[in-house]
Write a protein that binds this ligand. Structure first.
Ligand code: ADP
Ligand code: 5GP
Length: 185
């Protein structure tokens, strides 16, 4: 058995957050990394739980200090994975990162033993419905996120696994099987 660093990526609204939350709730041997971001918190988001919400100046300083395993800019905001958190947690448990494909591919360069998992939607229409019904972005932001979809999915061959999130419980089972399999390698 080993502790693994899993990276879960996929287009916005595909169900990454839902799946990762469900898996970490079920598995006490898996913890989610908390990223830093310069975007404003959404209603119900708590500093230190969904993200560490920091200023752009602080983010830039931490980049210069080499504090991030990887970082990227999305929709005008920066997002990064704190290196120290991941390394400390991996001593005890497996760690899952919920990040975009570029971040995932960069994480693999920095940490080649990490496992890349792409979550794909059953269809583009269903993905849009989910984003609309999540009701957390404006129409313009939803269009922005949809326009990135093709790019995100085009990277799936560089990922180790693809999980289609149609029925949530089936996708969760698939994700847990991958986790088990990788732990036992
Ligand atoms: P992401 O983290 O990838 O942006 P979320 O986990 O926030 O996506 O999911 C987007 C929306 O879709 C949420 O409202 C969530 O409850 C819903 N959702 C997630 N998975 C499914 C599924 N398999 N079937 C239907 N709705 C889903
Ligand atoms: P959101 O604003 O919807 O929470 O996230 C927007 C995008 O940022 C998503 O694609 C999400 O996966 C990505 N993201 C979140 N945290 C990180 C991170 O630490 N690094 C990178 N590269 N992307 C991240």
């Amino acid at each position: 058995m080993r502790n693994v660093l899993m990276v879960v990526s996929g287009p916005s609204g595909v169900g990454k957050g839902t799946l990762v939350k469900a898996l970490t709730k079920k598995r006490s041997d898996l913890v989610e990394s908390v990223s830093c971001t310069t975007r404003a918190p959404r209603e119900n988001e708590i500093h230190g739980r969904e993200y560490y919400f920091i200023s752009k100046d602080e983010f830039i300083k931490r980049v210069a200090d080499g504090d991030f395993l990887e970082y990227d800019e999305h929709f005008g905001n920066f997002y990064g994975t704190p290196k120290s958190f991941v390394k400390e947690q991996l001593q005890e448990k497996s760690v899952v990162l919920e990040i975009d494909v570029i971040g995932g591919l960069n994480a693999k360069k920095a940490f080649p033993e990490c496992v890349l998992i792409m979550i794909a939607p059953p269809s583009i229409e269903k993905l849009k419905q989910r984003l609309v019904s999540r009701n957390t972005e404006s129409t313009e932001e939803i269009e922005n996120r949809m326009s990135r979809l093709e790019f995100e999915l085009s990277k799936k061959d560089e990922y180790d696994y693809v999980v289609v999130n149609d029925d949530l419980s089936v996708a969760l089972e698939d994700l847990e099987k991958i986790f088990e399999n990788e732990k036992n390698k």
